[in-house]
Write a protein that binds this ligand. Structure first.
Ligand SMILES: Nc1ncnc2c1ncn2[C@@H]1O[C@H](COP(=O)(O)OP(=O)(O)O)[C@@H](O)[C@H]1O
Ligand SMILES: [Mg+2]
Length: 251
């Protein structure tokens, strides 16, 4: 579904991603680990095609289409979605209105269907009437991001630290919805969707079911393997040691 070849990305004149290769098949969910500042968010922003993230070399192919030079809205139309690590505050735009649009609704009033989706994430109608991210707590930001994904229902979902700042009760809720969004409740042969999840501390991995994991160091995939194996090394011994244990096998 997603094929990244020899990707080099520059932000503000600084090379952040270097010769990165990554393939995610339809039906698969991959996890990306890595220390602060190694380039995880930059990779997702480049996949989604944000203008500040300049592809200097390499290509990104999505569902068989070379999207390297495609604008973000075209990539989203092809079926990509992203939940942001630090989404911006949008004064004057209500969360409910934005989710309405993500759901494809044209009416002004917040759709019943959107209200129902909100309930699944402990998001009230009052909350839907607040300006996007304005004064939201860390956990509320994450739930609002997942609500937008639920409404948009993309075929390929990127989640940038969906677990950071989320309390214990809500993390399980978010985990259940992520599993549903990525077809993890279906038999492997019936899974149509795919995803890439960044997690710093791995909390979300107690609740979701993924296939493979990668460790990113200094803008490159330094190690890749089965989720359980990589997670164990990362959590017990740290990123660098995990790469040594993997024998530095990249993809
Ligand atoms: N807009 C920007 N301007 C300058 N440097 C940036 C910008 N965005 C990211 N960077 C730098 O790129 C590096 C990787 O950042 P990021 O992708 O956010 O890392 P991660 O998500 O792995 O913590 C960091 O050193 C960060 O400071
Ligand atoms: Mg980040």
């Amino acid at each position: 579904m997603l094929e990244i070849k020899d990707l080099t990305v520059e932000v503000e004149g600084k090379e952040i991603i270097r010769d990165l290769n990554l393939n995610i098949e339809r039906g698969a969910v991959h996890v990306l680990f890595g220390p602060n500042g190694c380039g995880k968010t930059t990779l997702l922003m480049a996949i989604l095609g944000f203008p500040n993230y300049k592809v200097k070399k390499g290509s990104i192919t999505f569902r068989g289409v070379d999207i390297t030079d495609l604008p973000t809205n075209e990539r989203v139309k092809l079926g990509m979605g992203m939940s942001f690590q630090h989404p911006p505050e949008i004064r004057g735009v209500k969360l409910g209105d934005m989710v309405n649009i993500a759901r494809g609704r044209k009416e002004e009033k917040i759709d019943e269907d959107v209200i129902e989706l909100g309930k699944r994430l402990n998001i009230s109608v009052d909350f839907l009437n607040r300006d996007v991210n304005l004064g939201f707590s860390g956990g509320e930001v994450k739930r609002s991001e997942i609500l937008q994904m639920l409404a948009q229902s993309p075929e390929f979902i990127m989640l940038d630290e969906p677990d950071s700042g989320v309390d214990v009760e809500n993390i399980e809720l978010i985990g259940d919805i992520i599993n549903e969004l990525m077809d993890r409740n279906k038999m492997p042969s019936k899974r149509e969707r795919a995803g890439l999840i960044i997690t710093h501390l791995g909390f979300i991995l107690r609740y979701i079911n993924a296939d493979r994991a990668h460790v990113m160091l200094d803008g490159r995939i330094a190690c890749t393997g089965m989720l359980d194996e990589v997670t164990k090394h990362v959590m017990e011994e740290g990123f660098e040691r995990c790469v040594e244990l993997c024998g530095g096998k990249g993809v």
